[in-house]
Design a protein around this ligand. Structure first.
Ligand SMILES: Cc1cc2nc3c(=O)[nH]c(=O)nc-3n(C[C@H](O)[C@H](O)[C@H](O)COP(=O)(O)O)c2cc1C
Length: 188
């Protein structure tokens, strides 16, 4: 197991996967690590859907792509992004073999924040295990679509707020995350 800071420093978003499935044990371990995240009052206001069905993922991707190609959404999209989502054959999950969706308990005001912290744990854990992952922001466009909620089996009273695809990387981006120096105000 690599050292923690090395994991943080070398994690990258992976958008190209081999077809090999991720084992149920690995997926379980990712969720087990996700729930170790700090969360308000330890209420653990999350529910996870782990999807390995290609059929379900294809259907959900089609719903999301339909939304992304709608005039309302395209109107707010940057040109580069519009080119990507309008490309023939575009699908939001990049052929990954698994998708993990995190849904927030709607009765807990801070639940969406707790779920994002869990998502980051999951992304780092995937990298530490030699898997690749990509946060699925586009998926969240379908959070209010009943058909997507049903396909992903989001429990009653929960709303999906985060998600990540996971798989064995085919191509990993080179180098560490590209970041500008953070704007810091030192108040001493
Ligand atoms: C909130 C959020 C939403 C994202 N949504 C998507 C997405 O829908 N599709 C995608 O390919 N990448 C998505 N990403 C991944 C980012 O594009 C990626 O983290 C960023 O380009 C930096 O690259 P790195 O993770 O390799 O450092 C998302 C990341 C975050 C944090």
């Amino acid at each position: 197991m690599p050292e923690f800071l090395d994991v943080v420093r070398t994690r990258r978003t992976v958008r190209s996967y081999r077809t090999e499935p991720v084992t149920r044990q690995d997926l379980q371990e990712l969720v087990d690590t996700a729930v170790l995240a700090p969360n308000g009052m330890n209420q653990q206001p999350w529910a996870f859907s782990v999807i390995t069905s290609r059929e379900v993922m294809a259907k959900v991707s089609a719903i999301v792509v339909g939304i992304l190609r709608s005039p309302e959404v395209q109107g707010h999209m940057k040109e580069r992004m519009r080119e990507i989502v309008n490309a023939p054959g575009y699908e939001v999950f990049y052929g990954a073999p698994a998708l993990i969706v995190i849904a927030a308990d709607q009765s807990v005001p801070g639940a969406p924040v707790d779920c994002q912290l869990a998502a980051e744990n999951l992304l780092l854990a995937a990298h530490a295990k030699g898997l690749g992952a990509c946060y699925m922001g586009f998926l969240l466009f379908s959070a209010g679509v009943p058909e997507a909620q049903a396909l992903l089996q989001i429990p009653e009273g929960y709303r999906m707020v985060a998600g990540a695809i996971v798989g064995h990387p085919d191509v990993r981006p080179e180098g560490p995350p590209q970041r500008s120096p953070a704007r810091i105000t030192w108040v001493e």
